[in-house]
Design a protein around this ligand. Structure first.
Ligand SMILES: NC(=O)c1ccc[n+]([C@@H]2O[C@H](COP(=O)([O-])OP(=O)(O)OC[C@H]3O[C@@H](n4cnc5c(N)ncnc54)[C@H](OP(=O)(O)O)[C@@H]3O)[C@@H](O)[C@H]2O)c1
Length: 263
């Protein structure tokens, strides 16, 4: 398809991409802006130089108050949303298996990986339903089906809850014109992941290529031989949000270079 035909796919659309200042969120934000959408984002720290969203709201969206402040600012500026991409997530849990995960850590993982999406959806879906149109994406993880026990069990369980919630939500709102889908990335080499690889290499006295391979091995290998790229996830997200994906609903798209070893 000629570039001119897809460059305005989201012209006139109002979008919120949470966590759009780094990693996959920033790639999705750039992609939606490039294709004509007005895109708001939120993070705890300001966007890096060169990344200019239509609206930036500084907030910690792991809290109800943080989500509320974003909802108020986005509603004041845009009036509502056509596209909602819930990206914020991650894990800060210590290693040491199940016994190292106390209640506070479990609650923190749920607060970051499940509740922001639940709260943003609850705020913006009524407007989409009233207009009979909208598209929602949840960024989950292959850990929802391939949980790693050493440090990320609570994260994996929170992502599984997000994926299941997304499916249930799709059944309720699909008949009302709103599409809901999930993307489950495998190892995606964001700038933060590259920094981690460099730290691991320094600590082990090897180079980045060896450290990257070590991380890939810890997942059981990646058949395509490399991690994914944020821009590859952004391309999938843009497709799923677009009218071309009008009959894709309640689906979970894995983007992992073949990491998940079963169908
Ligand atoms: N990278 C991977 O390999 C991978 C694999 C599977 C799934 N995922 C999932 O994909 C999503 C994006 O991951 P990523 O690696 O691209 O993330 P990232 O590079 O760590 O960026 C995270 C973004 O979310 C923001 N953020 C984090 N905590 C926040 C909070 N409490 N309130 C508001 N904003 C917050 C960050 O900005 P501030 O720090 O300034 O707040 C940043 O913009 C996450 O849900 C992650 O779980 C990642």
């Amino acid at each position: 398809m000629p570039e001119t035909l897809i460059s305005g796919r989201f012209a006139g659309k109002r979008a919120l991409v949470t966590g759009g200042t780094q990693g996959m969120g920033a790639a999705i934000l750039r992609r939606l802006l490039a294709e004509g959408a007005q895109v708001a984002t939120t993070a705890r720290a300001a966007p890096p130089p060169g990344l200019v969203p239509s609206l930036f709201v500084q907030a910690d969206v792991s809290t109800a108050a943080g989500v509320r402040s974003v909802v108020e600012a986005v509603t004041a500026r845009f009036g509502g949303l056509d596209l909602l991409v819930n990206v914020v997530g991650g894990s800060a849990a210590p290693s040491g298996g199940f016994a190292a995960l106390d209640d506070e850590i479990w609650q923190g993982e749920l607060a970051l990986n499940l509740f922001p999406a639940v709260r943003f959806d609850r705020a913006f879906l009524p407007g989409m339903i009233a207009r009979g149109a909208g598209a929602v994406l949840h960024i989950s993880s292959i850990q929802a089906r391939l949980p790693l026990p050493e440090a990320t069990l609570a994260y994996a369980a929170a992502k599984a809850a997000l994926t299941t919630y997304s499916k249930g939500l799709s059944k309720e709102v699909g008949p009302k014109g709103v599409r809901v889908n999930t993307i489950s990335p495998g190892f995606i080499e964001t700038a933060a992941a590259t920094r981690l690889i460099e730290r691991l290499a320094t600590r082990a006295g090897t180079d980045a290529a060896e450290a990257r391979l070590g991380l890939m091995r810890s997942l059981g290998g990646i058949p395509i031989g490399r991690p994914g790229l944020p821009e590859e996830v952004a391309a999938l997200a843009a497709f799923l949000l677009s009218a071309e994906a009008a009959s894709i609903h309640g689906a979970d798209y894995v983007i992992d270079g073949g990491t998940v070893p079963v169908v």
